[in-house]
Write a protein of this length. Sequence first.
Length: 114
Amino acid sequence: MTGTTQDGGNELEILAAVVRLLGRAADRAVEISSVEPDLLLECLGLGARITAGRVAGLLPEGVEIDGPPVAQSDPFELVRAAEALMRTHPLEQFPPGTAHVVVEVCDLVREHCP
């Protein structure tokens, strides 16, 4: 599997972007809740961090996760953006195991994003 679709999209790049979005969501959740404690936000941050690690684990060695800085700063919107990004390609075009992390991201949205 090359990770490239017929239309030229690259699922591995999408997964790397999802890692960046979820990582940024986790970082922002920690920053915000350190100033004003919020259990929902803390749980979102923890879930985003765990899920980002699982998504990163789907990527083969050598795939660059670093990319342009994520401008969005709302952790809830960042998780929603990660979920939306994963819907841009059919699931079967992603590496094996992606279905589990898609469910985790959808659960984060369902359980934590108002």
